[in-house]
Design a protein around this ligand. Sequence first.
Ligand code: FES
Length: 146
Amino acid sequence: MTALTVNNEPVQYAMDPATPLVFALRDASNLTGTKYGCGTGECGACTVDIDGRAVAACQITLAACEGTFVTTIEGLSRDRGHAVQQAIIASNVSQCGFCIPGIVMSAAALLRDDRDPDEEAIVAAIDHLCRCGIQPRLIDAIRQAA
Ligand code: FES
C-alpha cells in the first residue's frame, strides 16, 4: 500500500509502488483530468501539484509519492473557479483541450510563487506541448489571471 493525500483526501493505493502516479490517479482514483500523453516527461499533459511543485505525474512513482500531498486539476478549485481557469475560459483559449489541465496546473503553481510573472517566466512555466497552437493566447490569459 502507498499512502498519500490526493485533493485533500487520504488515499491508499494497492498497486505496484513502481507504478507512475498518473496511472494511479487515472485508473484507481478515476481522476481522468490528469492526461497521459508522451509518458516521457516532455508534453506536460500529466502535470499535477505535489507538495507545492508542478510535477509530471508520468515521471514519478507511487513509492516516491508516499506521504505527499497531491492536487490534480479536479482538486484545484470548485467549479473551475481558479483564476487561471477563469482567464482561460474568458479568453476562449482552449481548443481540443487535451493539454489544458496540465497547463493550468503549471500556471497555477507559477502564480502561487510569483504573482506578477513576466512573459519569460510564463513561457518557461508552460513549456508544454500543444498541437493547437494556443500558446500566444494562453500567455495573455495567464497574464490576466496574474
Ligand atoms: Fe507526462 Fe507527457 S505524459 S509529460
